[in-house]
Design a protein around this ligand. Structure first.
Ligand code: DX5
Ligand code: ZN
Length: 223
């Protein structure tokens, strides 16, 4: 596994040409980040379950499913069974995070918990032994193209300190507003896995943008 991972989000890619949009990043990206919104946990809706399964099935690279749904305890496992490499759900929406994380892991997929900007990092502490990745949102979930919230990096620093001291190894992912301007500070804070939507798909050459983001992140990351 690379020291840092770049995960392009296809949220703002051209939906009418999704296959060719995904093909643009398949040779350079580590994971394909799939944002699933249900119109309840967040106002927008994106990919249906069937559409998601098709993307997972067709993708040449691992699919990182980010569920922004109101009932993750009921549906998260289905994405894992469908072949998602990792399944992330929101702590705020779950009534039994531990069971859901365990069920995802049982399929062989990576289990991951996300927190919104208003959720304190301490609320994840009970689950650190049951997960493979933590997603610290650096924008309010629901839309691409928002401004990076630099104050969220305090959560990343706290988690990185805990993992360094305890020798634990979950990945720390950041999502929202990651670009050439912000990725270095996020990596310096201790993030090792980076979602980038508009930065990648607004670039003239998305594949080269992934490489540039990875170079910057790797240069600043201290695990
Ligand atoms: C927002 C999504 C993000 C989004 C990021 O709710 O979770 O993955 O696509 O988009 P950018 O990189 O444009 O902030
Ligand atoms: Zn996302």
């Amino acid at each position: 596994m690379n020291a840092v991972r770049i995960c392009p989000s296809i949220l703002n890619a051209d939906r009418n040409n999704l296959k060719s949009e995904i093909a643009k990043i398949e040779s350079s990206a580590d994971w394909l980040h799939l944002d699933i919104m249900d119109g309840l946990f967040v106002p927008a809706t994106t990919f249906s379950f069937d559409e998601s399964v098709e993307i997972i099935r067709d993708s040449k690279i691992p699919v990182d499913a980010h569920l922004m749904v109101a009932n993750p305890d009921d549906v998260a496992n289905a994405y894992a069974i469908a072949g998602a490499f990792s399944v992330t759900f929101h702590l705020e929406a779950s009534s039994d995070p531990r069971s859901t994380l365990k069920a995802i892991r049982k399929t062989g997929a990576k289990a991951s918990l996300a927190i919104k900007p208003s959720t304190p990092v301490e609320s994840t502490f009970d689950y650190l032994d049951d997960l493979d990745m933590l997603l610290v949102m650096t924008v309010e979930p629901g839309a691409g193209g928002q401004s990076f919230m630099g104050d969220m990096l305090e959560k990343v620093r706290t988690l990185r300190d805990i993992f360094t001291q305890s020798g634990r190894g979950p990945l720390i992912q950041v999502d929202g507003g990651i670009s050439l301007d912000t990725i270095s500070e996020a990596a310096k804070a201790g993030a090792d896995t980076f979602v980038a939507g508009s930065a990648v798909y607004n670039a003239t050459n998305p594949s080269e943008m992934v490489d540039s983001l990875r170079r910057l992140a790797a240069a600043s990351f201290k695990g």
